[in-house]
Design a protein around this ligand. Structure first.
Ligand code: SAM
Length: 268
């Protein structure tokens, strides 16, 4: 599929999730939906429950890490959250920046932005703003952010080089990024790689970990560290929608894997 078409599929899928206001236990994406809407699983589980600032209305179960944990956000910072969804990490980050800081959530799905704005209206925060826009071409001036965060989004962006170049541009000098994302170690079976559900489910758009780290380095970032790594197991029931039993057994013989990582890096 062409990049333009992939983005349309992603937008449609997340618009549907926002419209349906699916709750975290029922949704997942990052996570994969089988042909019927019952065989879903979430990549993050319920790790957010005890996080300060967690807003259940904004948590659609779409993340694959907790980027704010390692982002070194300080009081008064300006934080930009890329692919903010319904605002989950923005509300957590807001507790860290306080009244004098600022949070900008960016997302390209209109209904998702509306949902995030609604959630913010309910909270009554004057220092969170949700913008409609594309990560590869952000409506945000150069040198704006003290911190950029993102949760399970960059795997969905076909042009990752452009995404990291844009992140670099909007960060202030010496400022940092912390992103949670899905990466691969080893090859996925062809049938998984070409299934659009697997793309919108954050699996087949994921890069090999080494290539992912290389893109961050080549974008000019320094002090790059993988702060957390977690293996993601897609249930056999879901894989069997795409693979025969023989192909599934073959796939499982190799040390292939899908991982959620949280990466920290600084602008040079
Ligand atoms: C898996 S969801 C994660 C949402 C949120 N970060 C969370 O953890 O709840 C991915 C989000 O990224 C947005 N997105 C995907 N590609 C994007 C792009 N190229 N530009 C802006 N937003 C994008 C989608 O609309 C969706 O809301």
């Amino acid at each position: 599929m062409k990049n333009k078409d992939l983005k349309l599929v992603v937008k449609e899928k997340y618009a549907k999730i926002a419209e349906q206001q699916i709750l975290s236990t029922q949704s997942s994406c990052c996570g994969v939906t089988a042909c019927c809407e019952t065989l879903e699983f979430s990549m993050i589980g319920d790790e957010y429950q005890n996080i300060k600032g967690h807003n259940p209305d904004a948590d659609l179960g779409l993340g694959c890490g907790i980027p704010t944990e390692f982002a070194q956000i300080k009081q008064g910072d300006t934080v930009v959250d890329l692919g903010a969804g319904a605002g989950n990490d923005c509300f957590v980050a807001r507790t860290l920046v306080g009244e004098n800081g600022k949070i900008i959530g960016l997302d390209f799905t209109e209904t998702m932005v509306e949902k995030a704005r609604n959630n913010n209206r309910k909270m009554g925060y004057g220092n969170i703003e949700f913008l409609l826009g594309e990560i590869e071409d952000m409506p945000i001036p150069d040198n704006t952010a003290d911190v950029v965060i993102s949760n399970c989004v960059l795997n969905l962006v076909p042009n990752k080089e452009k995404a990291f170049a844009e992140i670099y541009r909007i960060l202030k000098p010496n400022a940092q990024l912390c992103v949670s994302d899905i990466v691969l170690k080893g090859e996925l079976p062809e049938k998984i790689k070409t299934a659009s559900e697997m793309y919108v489910g954050c699996v087949s758009g994921a890069f090999q970990i080494d290539d992912y780290m290389k893109i961050i380095k080549n974008s000019g970032f320094v002090n790059i560290k993988v702060e957390k790594e977690k293996s993601i197991q897609i249930p056999d029931k879901i894989l069997l929608n795409y693979l025969s039993l023989r192909e599934l057994n073959e796939y499982k013989k190799f040390d292939n894997g899908i991982y959620s990582i949280t990466v920290y890096a600084e602008k040079n």
